[in-house]
Design a protein around this ligand. Structure first.
Ligand code: XMP
Length: 514
């Protein structure tokens, strides 16, 4: 497909995905590739521009991620960020070395606003710096176009070769005019038209799916989460009742969630598709009986999910396509896109079913970031409540009940969690934490209720703020809200007599309890 495209070359920096997201926010399509990607492959993609990301290394050391000089001779504008900027200078004959003063955090920067890169940027602006090395001497043909008190070359350009180097991170929001700078690069320097829009994505995807599927049969495992819901609706709009969605209710969903999914996707709902709900609660509880070890529980839930799905698929018989709700960060994190290590493989619920008879996989969201998936969801008319649903792990409440899972414990944690969510919503705080939920600890302790001694379970409340879920801070829920939640939980949820609030950050904690 000959869509205009910017290529982000990943040198292992922590903000690599952010760079691509910011470019896409400018309505320009963008993909991430490892620095090891062959130059010919890059040339063949015919990019409008190339961005080199930051990275943790020193570019002048042996064996560190690097690039060939020919990368700068493709006739395509290149923007180097941080490590990428230093590497550009190093490869083209400049000098990079350890800086006398390390810069970290927000820094004031003086920029030359007569340049295309800084067009319309405030002459004295604020940028986000994070570097130990600096550009001591620019490569031949470059001119300094920004500096800070401690960084003599905060940005440089060689306009005759269309090469640009910035020491700071325009992709980080603390760089006040970072989006404008990236906008200037992709529009004014690379000449992009900005054709990446979610409404046209929906239109072209529907056409492409129709063409691919023809009269074939399509099967989709629906979890009720954002990704599989958006994928299912996209398919339904494209091929209607040629699509069958199987929704496995493993009994580890939030309170009433199974019914809510059925309301939206079931026969009474607005979408044209075949919907099959499998109520497999007892089967999962049976498999989990007596199992306490977290990884073992995860495995059981993942495997059982696949088995149930396969059994349903067998009843349906041969299908032509299987839909997967894979999104772009999954692709990048599984090592297929950028440079980042495989971080979350354990989060995949259980891989692909072995025995489903299908010819091909369809991944309609494979190129989208989460915020883009949400926009597509809204374009498709999916209810906001579903589109903005907070993340929920595949193994569900199975990993929010510490120790053995039983039907009684599931009910306790569902009820406590529902109260927590109700009160957070009532306080208008739904968008404040990025994820919040109740978990059931395996601890029982003594309490007093009425005049009776109790010996019951403790519920833990968790709320976190995070950008990428790899690190997280505990969210500061107001005390009055926590008090209300606590009172309601101990009064309304049987066998819970204590509520704890978890203020551990990640690391050293994790978001989930298991
Ligand atoms: P942790 O507990 O690893 O969670 O700090 C980080 C984020 O990932 C979600 N999570 C999962 N998602 N399957 C999933 O689909 C899983 O097995 C799983 N475990 C954790 C968690 O809810 C949080 O958003």
């Amino acid at each position: 497909m000959d869509r205009e495209k910017i290529i982000v070359i990943d040198f292992g920096g922590q903000y690599n995905q952010l760079v691509a997201r910011r470019v896409r926010e400018c309505h320009v399509y963008c993909e991430i590739y490892s620095y090891k990607t062959d130059l010919e492959q890059i040339r063949a993609m015919n990019p409008k521009g190339i961005i080199l990301t930051g990275g943790p290394n020193s570019c002048y050391e042996e064996g560190v991620p690097s690039c060939r000089e020919e990368l700068f001779e493709l006739g395509v504008p290149v923007l180097g960020l941080c490590y990428g900027a230093q590497l550009m200078m190093h490869v083209l004959g400049g000098r990079v070395c350890k800086a006398p003063v390390r810069e970290y955090g927000r820094v004031e920067m003086m920029v030359d606003t007569s340049t295309r890169l800084f067009h319309d940027v405030t002459p004295l602006t604020v940028c986000w710096m994070s570097h130990n090395d600096y550009i001591e001497k620019m490569a031949p043909g470059f001119r300094m176009i920004a500096h800070t008190a401690d960084c003599p070359v905060a940005a440089a350009q060689n306009t005759s070769r269309d090469l640009y180097a910035v020491q700071f991170h325009p992709e980080v929001l603390h760089t006040l005019e970072g989006s404008k700078i990236l906008h200037n690069f992709v529009y004014d320097i690379c000449g992009c038209a900005g054709d990446w829009r979610m409404d046209s994505f929906v239109e072209t995807s529907i056409q492409a799916i129709r063409k691919k599927v023809g009269g074939g049969k399509v099967l989709c495992a629906l979890s009720g989460g954002v990704d599989s819901s958006v994928a299912a609706v996209l398919l339904s709009k494209a091929v209607g009742s040629q699509l069958t969605c199987v929704f496995v209710d493993h009994g580890l969903l939030r309170k009433n969630e199974g019914d809510e999914v059925e309301e939206v996707f079931g026969p009474g709902g607005p979408y044209d598709l075949r919907f099959i709900r499998v109520n497999a609660q007892e089967r999962f509880y049976g498999k989990l009986k007596g199992v306490e070890e977290p990884e073992h529980k995860r495995k059981i839930i993942g495997e059982e999910f696949i088995r149930v799905f396969e059994e349903e698929a067998k009843k349906i018989g041969k299908v032509d396509f299987l839909v997967q709700g894979t999104i772009y960060p999954d692709v990048v994190e599984s090592g297929l896109g950028g440079e980042s290590a495989v971080i979350k493989s354990h989060h995949n619920v259980g891989g692909l079913p072995d025995y489903v008879d299908f010819k091909e996989i369809i991944e309609p969201l494979r190129n989208l970031f989460k915020d883009e998936v949400r926009k597509v969801g809204l374009e498709l008319g999916i209810p906001e409540k579903l589109v903005y649903r907070q993340p929920f792990p595949g193994p569900g409440l199975g990993i929010r009940i510490v120790g053995e899972v039983t039907a009684e414990k599931v009910k306790m944690v569902q009820d406590a969690d529902a109260i927590y969510r109700e009160e957070i919503a009532a306080a208008g705080l739904e968008k404040t934490p990025d994820q919040y939920f109740a978990a059931l600890t395996n601890m029982r302790s003594v309490g007093v209720m009425g005049d009776e001694r109790t010996y019951d379970y403790a519920v833990a409340l968790r709320a976190v703020n995070t950008v990428d879920f790899m690190t997280a801070e505990a969210s500061q829920i107001p005390w009055e809200v926590l008090q209300r939640v606590t009172n309601r939980i101990v009064n309304e949820v049987s066998h819970v007599n204590r509520v704890l609030y978890d203020i551990t950050s990640k690391p050293p904690g994790t978001v989930e309890f298991e």
